[in-house]
Design a protein around this ligand. Structure first.
Ligand code: FMN
Length: 353
C-alpha cells in the first residue's frame, strides 16, 4: 500500500512523494504581472512537495480577472518564472503552472488598458470582486466570443504552454473550475451558444477538449493536467445536468492520455465528484479538498487517488511534508494576509528546525 511519502508518476511527471501543493492565488505578482524575488522565495520554501501547482496564471492579458495575478504571455514573465522553476528544481522539486483564463469573472479595474472581458455568451455573472482601484465592484459584462475568435483563444493556451516549457516548468495544468472561462464554456448556465461550442454537453465540452489537445501538442499529454470541480457552484456557475456534463467531458478527454485529473472532490445531493471521476476518467486522480493526513492516506489505501493535494495547509507550513512525516504540529495561517501585497503572511511562515 503506498504511503503519502512514496514516489509516484503522474504521466511523465515524477513526484518524490504524493503530497502536492494545490494552486493558490496569492495576488503578489510584480510589475508587468511578472513574478518577483518574493514569489521565488515562496515557492522555494515549499519545494519539498511532491509537486507544486502554481497559482492561477493568465495565458493572455484578456485572461486576467483578479488584481496582481501573474501572467505567462510576455518575455519578462518567462524570465521571472524561470527564476521560480530554477529555485524549485534546485531543491529537487517538481512544478507545473496552472493556466487560468478568468473569462467573465473579471473586472476591467484589474486589467491592462486595451484588454477586454470575453466569455462564451454575453451573460454577466452575479457577484462582486475586489479591485485595488475601486474596492468591491460588479463583475464585468462580458462580450460573447464570435465563433471565428475561439481558435485564437485556444491558441493563447498553446502559446502559454510553449512559454511554460521555455520558463522551465515540468508541465501545465488547465484550470477548468471556479467558474472561469473553460467552465463557462462547459456549463449550461454561462453558455447559451447555438453553434458547435454550445447546446449539447459534447458541444459545451469542445472548448475544454480542444484546449487540452492544444496544450498536449506542445508539452506532450503526459505533462498536462486538468483541474475540475464537478458540480461547482462558485462564481455563479450553474449547470442543468452536471452528471451528464462532467461525465461527457471526462469521457472526451480520455483519449488524450493526460498526466492527471486534479479533482476537487465535491459531494452534493446532485453529484458525487469522486465517484463520477472514477467512473469516467481513465488516468491518475490527484485528489483535493479539505483533506486531512488521515483521510488522504485512506484515499491512497483505497486506490481512489494516486496522490493528494493540500492548499491551505501549505500556506502556514512550508515544510508540510516533513511535518506530516514526523508527526509535527501544523501551524495555522492568517486569513487577513491571504491576498495582500508584501511578504507578511507569505514568506514569513516558519520552516521547523
Ligand atoms: C488563498 C486561496 C487561493 C486559491 N486559488 C486557487 C487558484 O488560483 N486556482 C485553483 O484551482 N484553486 C485555487 N484555490 C483552491 C485550492 O486549490 C483548493 O482547491 C482549496 O483550498 C481546497 O483545498 P484545501 O482544503 O487543501 O485548502 C485557492 C484556495 C485558497 C485558500
Amino acid at each position: 500500500m503506498p504511503t503519502l511519502f512514496d514516489p509516484v508518476r503522474l504521466g511523465d511527471l515524477s513526484l518524490r512523494n504524493r503530497i502536492v501543493m494545490a494552486p493558490m492565488t496569492r495576488s503578489r505578482a510584480g510589475e508587468g504581472d511578472a513574478p518577483t524575488a518574493m514569489n521565488v522565495e515562496y515557492y522555494r520554501q515549499r519545494a519539498s512537495a511532491g509537486l507544486i501547482v502554481t497559482e492561477g496564471t493568465q495565458p493572455s492579458a484578456n485572461g486576467k480577472g483578479y488584481c496582481r495575478t501573474p501572467g505567462l504571455h510576455t518575455s519578462q514573465q518567462v524570465r521571472a518564472w524561470r527564476a521560480v522553476t530554477d529555485a524549485v528544481h534546485h531543491e529537487g522539486g517538481c512544478i507545473v503552472v496552472q493556466l487560468m483564463h478568468c473569462g467573465r469573472i473579471a473586472s476591467h479595474y484589474n486589467k491592462d488598458p486595451g484588454t477586454e472581458t470575453v466569455a462564451p455568451s454575453a451573460i454577466r455573472a452575479a457577484g462582486k470582486m475586489y479591485t485595488d482601484a475601486a474596492g468591491m465592484v460588479d463583475f464585468d459584462m462580458p462580450r460573447a466570443l464570435a465563433l471565428e475568435e475561439i481558435p485564437g483563444v485556444i491558441d493563447e493556451y498553446r502559446q502559454a504552454t510553449r512559454l511554460a516549457l521555455e520558463a522551465g516548468f515540468d508541465g501545465v495544468e488547465l484550470h477548468c473550475g471556479s467558474g472561469y472561462l473553460p467552465e463557462q464554456f462547459l456549463t449550461s448556465g454561462a453558455n447559451h451558444r447555438t453553434d458547435a461550442y454550445g447546446g449539447s454537453a459534447a458541444n459545451r465540452a469542445r472548448f475544454v477538449v480542444e484546449t487540452l489537445a492544444a496544450m498536449s501538442e506542445v508539452a506532450g499529454s503526459g505533462r498536462v493536467g486538468l483541474r475540475l470541480r464537478a458540480g461547482n457552484d462558485f462564481n455563479d456557475t450553474h449547470d442543468d445536468d452536471p452528471v451528464e456534463t462532467y461525465g461527457t467531458l471526462l469521457e472526451a478527454v480520455n483519449p488524450l492520455g493526460l498526466a492527471y485529473l486534479h479533482l476537487i472532490r465535491m459531494k452534493t445531493p446532485r453529484i458525487h465528484g469522486l465517484e463520477l471521476a472514477r467512473a469516467h476518467f481513465r488516468g491518475p486522480i490527484l485528489l483535493n479538498d479539505g483533506l486531512t493526513p488521515e483521510s488522504a492516506q485512506r484515499y491512497l489505501d483505497q486506490g481512489a487517488a494516486a496522490a493528494v493535494s493540500f492548499a491551505r495547509h501549505f500556506i502556514g507550513n512550508p515544510d508540510l511534508v516533513r511535518r506530516l512525516r514526523e508527526g509535527l504540529p501544523l501551524a495555522e495561517f492568517d486569513r487577513a494576509t491571504l491576498y495582500t501585497p508584501g511578504p507578511k503572511g507569505y514568506i514569513d511562515y516558519l520552516t521547523l528546525g
